[in-house]
Design a protein around this ligand. Structure first.
Ligand code: ACO
Length: 324
């Protein structure tokens, strides 16, 4: 049996820290509201000329270094992002050249906040079926490009960043299972309202860029319910109990959603990796950023059982159970 295991992790954040107090000065919000409703204290915003591929490149190089692999050996590159540099070529293709990867398959997956778990799931399947031996998987976003930074309902939530892992084929698990789902019935609750088919009218308000529109409290309720289900699906698929988990590495959208998942799993928050307080919601980057942080600071050790989960626009949702 072939499994994929995480050989190395990496991440990268822009230098600019934007605190709740910075936002209080430019819009009708308060540090107290943002902390109480979301758990966010600060987030990182990329400089105007910095793109998703710039952040992703650094995260990928960190992961390649940590995995101690030669980029020429990578035989698939999966990139989760909702904020690609261009419509095409894909961000994965743009980066393939910059990272010195061979002529391997390279593609973007657009699954909003679940993008990394979608990309990881595809990568895992390629390794399990024997078509790839080393796969680079990245989640990266410059969400500030599609956020109206004047509007308090979204500006306080989102941030920029990138995280990556190198997966390699192994006889030992590794990734035990991945689960991905989608339901387009609620597409309008969380979306950008412009695009190739709809046209680009209405972008003046956001300086000529698309903007995220979200019915936050409705998304919140669906997210909690849906994540509860996928967590159960993942444990059941592997015949495991809640107590078998060492770490929850959740999507970092809202501390209240994260805490609800911890309660569902009877897990102490000490075993939940939380970065939302410092990163805000970085969409596809949030899970690999949290994973890399906890690997590098030594909380996550080889042999630990990890549950990764995410929920995002689409709606999409996904999970992965991993023996690290
Ligand atoms: N500062 C102060 N007040 C605010 C702010 C703000 N930044 N934003 C909204 N408010 C106000 C609203 O106007 C509203 O006022 P009203 O009662 O007078 O009408 C009040 O606060 C409550 O607003 P709600 O939207 O009901 O607040 P809620 O408690 O639901 O929190 C939040 C909003 C944080 C967005 C929450 O609903 C949430 O986290 N939702 C889920 C987000 C998510 O998981 N998204 C999926 C991933 S994102 C992706 O895929 C790109």
């Amino acid at each position: 049996m072939i499994y994929s295991r995480i050989a190395g992790t990496g991440s990268h954040l822009p230098d600019r820290i934007v605190s709740n107090h910075d936002l209080e000065k430019v819009m009708d919000t308060s540090d107290q509201w943002i902390r109480e409703r979301t758990g966010i204290c600060e987030r990182r915003w990329a400089a105007e000329n910095v793109t998703t591929s710039d952040l992703a490149e650094k995260a990928c190089l960190n992961a390649i270094e940590a995995a101690d692999v030669d980029p020429a050996e990578i035989d698939l590159f999966m990139m989760g992002t909702t904020t690609p540099d261009l419509i095409f070529p894909s961000t994965a293709c743009l980066l393939q050249k910059r990272l010195g990867l061979p002529d391997c398959g390279a593609m973007d997956v657009n699954a909003a906040c679940s993008g990394f778990l979608y990309a990881l799931s595809v990568a895992d399947k390629f390794i399990r079926c024997g078509d790839a031996k080393k796969v680079l998987v990245c989640g990266a976003e410059t969400l500030t490009n599609i956020t109206n930074l004047q509007k308090r309902d979204t500006a306080v939530l989102f941030g920029d960043g990138a995280g990556a892992v190198v997966l390699e084929a192994s006889e030992e698990p590794g990734i035990l299972s991945t689960h991905i789902h989608a339901n387009g019935n609620h597409a309008d609750l969380l979306a950008t309202k412009v695009g190739i088919a709809r046209g680009w009218e209405g972008m003046e308000e956001n300086g000529g860029k698309p903007e995220i529109v979200m019915k936050g409290n409705e998304v919140f309720k669906v997210a909690v319910r849906t994540l509860g289900r996928i967590v159960e699906e993942t444990l059941t698929a592997n015949g495991l109990e809640k107590a078998d988990l060492d770490w929850l590495i959740p999507h970092q959208a809202n501390l209240r959603i994260i805490a609800a998942m911890a309660r569902t799993l009877d897990m102490n928050m000490d075993h939940v990796v939380v970065t939302v307080d410092r990163h805000g919601n970085t969409s596809a980057a949030s899970v690999p950023l949290a994973l890399d942080e906890a690997v590098r600071d030594g909380r996550i050790q080889r042999g630990d059982m990890l549950l990764l989960e995410a929920f995002g626009g689409g709606f999409t949702w996904g999970s992965a159970l991993i023996r690290y």
